[in-house]
Each structure stands twice: as C-alpha cells, then as structure tokens.
Write a protein that binds this ligand. Structure first.
Ligand SMILES: NC(=O)c1ccc[n+]([C@@H]2O[C@H](COP(=O)([O-])OP(=O)(O)OC[C@H]3O[C@@H](n4cnc5c(N)ncnc54)[C@H](OP(=O)(O)O)[C@@H]3O)[C@@H](O)[C@H]2O)c1
Length: 285
C-alpha cells in the first residue's frame, strides 16, 4: 500500500515478452497495480487477456510517451509510485558497419525515450514527494563485447545518465536503481537477429565470417550462453528495489555480471580486453 492507502502503482515499459512480461505478472500477483505497456496493439490485447491493465507505449515516439503517461495518470488519479524502464533492444553489428541512422535508432529507444519518460514521471514524483525508478541496464552497460557497439554504448550511456540522476535526486525521497542482468531467457536474441537482418550489410563487411558465426548464436534454440537465468531472477531484484527502505544503486543478476563487474575492478584495461575477446570467440564458436 502507498501513502494514500491504495495499491502501489507501477508503470512498466516493454511488457510484450521476456523480463517486462514476467515482472508485470509477478508484481500484479504481489498486489501491485501494474500499468503494463507495449509497443504494438496486438501485445496490448495479449496483456489485457492476461488480466493486466495494459496500454501502448513506444519509446521511440515522444507523442506515444506523453499519451501513455497521460492515460496512466488519468486512471491512477494523478500519481505514480514507481517506474520500471525495461523496454529496449540490441542492435548487433561491428561498429564500422553501423550507419548513423541505425545507431540513432538504437539510442532513440534505449536512451532518449527512457530519458524522456523518466523526466515526465519525475515531475509527478516530485509533486507527490516520493517514488522509485528502476532502469534495466545490462552487464553490457559495465563491460563491452565486440559486435555489440550500438547496444553497449546505449547501456553505457544509460549508466552515466543514471549515476548523474542519482546524485541530483539525493534527498528528494525518489530513489533510482540499476539492474544489471547477464543472460536471461527472453525474446532478446530473436529481436536482435531481426535488427541484424534489417540493418547490417554482411556482404560488404570485413567481418563477414564473424557474422556467419553470430547468426548461428542468434538463431540457436535454447540458452546461447552459460549461466542463463529465467526472468524471475530479475523480478526478485525489482521487488527489492521497490520495497527496501534503502534500495541498492546496482543489482547484479547472473554469475557473468558478478564476474565481469569484479574483473573490471581488478584487471588492467588490456587484461580485461583479453578476457572479453576470449569470451566473444567462445560465444561465436
Ligand atoms: N535477456 C537478456 O539476456 C538481457 C540481458 C541484459 C539486459 N537485458 C535488458 O532487459 C530488458 C528487457 O529485455 P528482454 O531480455 O526481456 O528482451 P525482449 O523479450 O526482447 O523484450 C524487450 C521488450 O522491449 C520492447 N521494446 C523494444 N523497442 C521498444 C520501443 N521502441 N518502445 C517500447 N518498448 C520497446 C520490446 O517490444 P516489442 O516486442 O514490440 O519489440 C519488448 O517488449 C532490456 O532493457 C534489455 O536490454 C536483457
């Protein structure tokens, strides 16, 4: 319950599949009033069939963000206790093969849309005097892997924006946390493969052979990486970030995140590069 003795409200982006869907259902089962948003109309209908309060929200579109938040506030009576910024995608491809508009599109969703929605929600939270914001980042917001430059840079930017925001929000009773998942079962790889097909010109790339191996990884059935966890592992951390008196700044999920976060602190830069190159070679084998 919140300060008005009503159910805690939360808006979640990217609920069509994977982590967003799992967290939406998991929080509703725990008594939250969940506003589950998705980009496409058919996914909103699917969420409604599951008994969720669903609405459309496309992070790449400012009008969609404003309309969605307006609808949430109209339904909630003008307040919102929490926001889970989850919606995002991964654009695979070597840095040299990313056209400017492809990189921009990656940032439109993963960073600019998330930033715009967060700022609008912050105005509500400042008025009501409390709030929790949770950003779904990634282990790839902490360390880089080759052929993930678009996604890496969008998540590194999200980390920087969040670290700044946390300092600026000090003393406001609005808390912001980052979640850092490693491999989690979802539609992430299938969606990344579609973006690869749409935007990467394999035939004219110096990385043609690497891409062939990458295609096998992106289309592999079942978990493609060791230590993959189900999305419930993220749900547990979201619950902590919502309920703890002092939510953590960063929540690590999966063994690879703990490992790489530790190696980043311990190893010299070139030592870490060596490890990451080996991981990438192993992935694409
Ligand atoms: N799975 C992993 O291994 C992993 C690891 C680290 C971090 N993460 C992070 O976890 C979050 C959720 O990903 P997931 O693993 O659950 O993958 P997913 O199953 O692909 O879900 C991603 C969600 O984001 C939505 N989305 C994409 N573009 C959007 C836009 N413009 N506006 C609104 N929503 C948009 C997708 O909607 P559509 O269905 O309409 O495309 C989908 O609902 C992401 O932030 C991702 O970076 C995932």
């Amino acid at each position: 319950m919140n300060q008005n003795n009503t159910k805690q409200t939360i808006l979640i982006t990217g609920c069509s599949s994977g982590i967003g869907l799992c967290v939406a259902e998991g929080l509703q089962a725990r008594g939250y009033r969940v506003f589950a948003s998705a980009r496409k109309a058919e996914d909103v209908a699917m969420l409604q069939r599951k008994g969720l309060e669903a609405l459309r929200l496309d992070l790449a579109n400012s009008a969609s963000i404003a309309a969605a938040l307006g609808e949430v506030l109209a339904r909630s009576g003008g307040t919102l206790d929490a926001l889970f910024n989850n919606g995002a995608y991964g654009q695979p491809g070597a840095v040299e093969d990313l056209r400017r508009e492809v990189l921009r599109e990656q940032f439109e969703t993963n960073l600019f849309g998330t930033h715009e929605l967060t700022c609008k929600v912050l105005a509500v939270m400042r008025r009501q005097g409390h709030g929790r914001i949770i950003h779904n980042s990634s282990v790839l917001g902490l360390v880089a892997l080759p052929f993930r430059g678009a996604y890496n840079s969008s998540k590194f930017a999200l980390e920087g924006l969040t670290d700044t925001l946390r300092l600026e929000l000090h003393g406001t009773n609005i808390h912001i946390s980052l979640i850092e998942p490693g491999p989690v079962t979802s539609r992430f790889r299938a969606n990344a493969f579609a973006k690869y097909r749409e935007n990467i010109d394999k035939a004219n790339s110096p990385f043609r052979q690497t891409y062939e191996a990458m295609e096998r990884r992106l289309t592999k059935e079942g978990p493609a990486a060791p230590f993959t966890l189900p999305p419930q592992a993220v749900l547990e951390k979201v619950v902590h970030a919502l309920q703890a008196k002092r939510p953590k700044v960063r929540y690590y999920v999966t063994f690879p995140t703990y490992l790489f976060a530790t190696l980043k602190r311990l190893l010299p830069h070139r030592g870490l590069d060596w490890v990451l190159r080996r991981v990438s070679r192993g992935e694409n084998r």
